[in-house]
Design a protein around this ligand. Sequence first.
Ligand SMILES: [Zn+2]
Length: 89
Amino acid sequence: MAAASITPKIVKFGFKNYAVDDTKRTAVCRVCSIKISDTTTKTSNFIRHYKKTHRERCMNVLARKLTLSLSYVRLGFKSIKHYKEKTKR
Ligand SMILES: [Zn+2]
């Protein structure tokens, strides 16, 4: 289905050289260059690799995103884009 041709968020975020064929998708980890593969309908191998191998990096990014989204809401901005535009100056 079309879903397989869309790069999943976790893959876009943590992997490069994303490729899909009829039965599986593969991508190379940005951090340790290990090749991960999974079926075309699942991303659990990619997620598992990140959670197991790069938990710290994963958590840091999530924490930063959460902090950012909380701070822009608290300051009354509509979106992260809006917040970034205003705080640049
Ligand atoms: Zn890795």
